[in-house]
Design a protein around this ligand. Sequence first.
Ligand SMILES: Cc1cc2nc3c(=O)[nH]c(=O)nc-3n(C[C@H](O)[C@H](O)[C@H](O)COP(=O)(O)OP(=O)(O)OC[C@H]3O[C@@H](n4cnc5c(N)ncnc54)[C@H](O)[C@@H]3O)c2cc1C
Length: 322
Amino acid sequence: MAEMKSGRIVEWRRLSHSLSLFRVVSHDGARFPPYEAGQYIALRRDDCLLTRKIKDGDRIRYVPDLDAEGQQKRGPVTHSYSISSAPFETAQGNYLEFYVVLEQGQDGVLGRFTESLFRGVESQQNDRLAYVERIVGDFTLAKRAAGFEQVLMVGTGTGLAPFVSMVKQLHRDAIGGKAPPARYTLFHANRTHEELAYHQELLDIEESQAFDFVYVPSVSRPSTRDLADPQIGTGRASNLLRQLFGFPSKVSRADGNAVRKRRLVKRACYIPDIDAVPARTGASRGGDARRPQLRHGWRRRHPPAAGREGMGVLRARRLPDR
Ligand SMILES: Cc1cc2nc3c(=O)[nH]c(=O)nc-3n(C[C@H](O)[C@H](O)[C@H](O)COP(=O)(O)OP(=O)(O)OC[C@H]3O[C@@H](n4cnc5c(N)ncnc54)[C@H](O)[C@@H]3O)c2cc1C
């Protein structure tokens, strides 16, 4: 059985009230096991506020587990987390990076592990955690996308974590002369611009043109600045995908007002992103060889029914409660 190792949280970077990036280093400087982009590891915190299950008729709820004095019990909780650092970053810096959301249940009860994680880290009073010295998982390009010409990655919320690891590693490999075998598109959706983790890094990777990669960020709660920003699309990932595959948008069906309907559909679709990419790559709209591929090629050559013949859609979804 894999050993538990002691680690420390470093470089905690909060993106919003409920989202954060952080790194883990081993306590004794031990190397982390090798891994592939897309894999995950189990992390443990020891001072988690524990909950207990209660049955309310058909409904199951988790409520604070109190001791005889009415204090919430504390104890260890272990959960899995996707690694958002790329394997080459871990090899160089001997850290693992994570992208986490503070879990909040329907009754407002905070998640056991993540409440502990978000508590006290910034003051460095609560930076210890343990990890299982084993990195596993088959959500990897080799296992999920071997042989595909086109790989579409859809990462919402912290579901971006495995994809950002893959994209950083592909970029690194491309720079090192190992050309990635496919064309990659990443849809990245979150609520706000600030919550688009790794946004600039992904823009930079796209801009480098080291390999065939298109990055399509989108926010569901755009600010005025976002609406004016040609690099940010608006709308949820589900609507971007519906538009891409020619399915009707849920937003448009639900809305009775025709004018508002048209505006929402336009915002929710990928058109703003399509316009944005040539602007930021400096390519002219007609001259960007990659763009028509995104706009027309998939729909014509790879309709959804043809599914897995030429393109893989990898989806990882983990959104904070709205
Ligand atoms: C492979 C994998 C990768 C993951 N990667 C990420 C990642 O990159 N980033 C990320 O933020 N999350 C990730 N997760 C989710 C993560 O593992 C945790 O589930 C999440 O952080 C919530 O943990 P928590 O302890 O804060 O919440 P919990 O306290 O576990 O609450 C979560 C839910 O579990 C139930 N629950 C509450 N108390 C109990 C109890 N006592 N017993 C049983 N169930 C209970 C409730 O339904 C609650 O809504 C990943 C999960 C998997 C499986």
